[in-house]
Ligand binder design. Structure first.
Ligand SMILES: [Zn+2]
Length: 147
């Protein structure tokens, strides 16, 4: 139990070298391998490579799941709602004109942000040795309702 507590909260107690979280997230956001920063992270729009083509780092361990989409909604929602509220005070346009501006802008922003946000999430998981990135088996917990 004590051993587990020491493992929690950082790599200093596990003997593994600490990885720079911010750097790994930045590399991932730029479609680069979080380990070497050279190889590509994605080989589809949001499909990651299994292994880095340059350093061989295994990328398939990531379990970004729907966190990137959640974060994109959070980010885009805040910018678009506050942007709309400010803009509509300054430029009182009709509802249709507002829709014509904000709906495409929201869709474009979500599409543009999804890949870099997912890359940053993969970089975060890599830097923290989450899931299989630490060389351990990735224990997948069953959902209780699945029993
Ligand atoms: Zn690499």
């Amino acid at each position: 139990m004590t051993h587990e507590l020491h493992r929690f909260g950082g790599e200093l107690h596990s003997g593994r070298p600490a990885r720079a979280v911010g750097q790994a997230m930045w590399k991932g956001a730029q479609n680069r391998c979080p380990s070497c920063g050279e190889g590509r992270l994605f080989d589809g729009f949001v499909k990651t490579v299994d292994n880095c083509a340059v350093c061989g780092e295994e990328i398939h361990h990531h379990r970004a799941d729907d966190l990137p989409a959640y974060l994109v909604i959070l980010i885009v929602g805040h910018f678009m709602v506050s942007g709309f509220l400010i803009f509509s005070e300054v430029f009182p346009l009709s509802n249709w004109q507002q829709l014509a501006i904000w709906v495409p802008l929201t869709i474009i922003a979500a599409i543009v942000l999804l890949r870099p946000v997912k890359g940053a999430v993969v970089g975060l998981q890599w830097a923290l040795y989450m899931h299989g990135f630490g060389g351990d088996d990735d224990m997948i917990e069953n959902h209780p309702e699945g029993e």
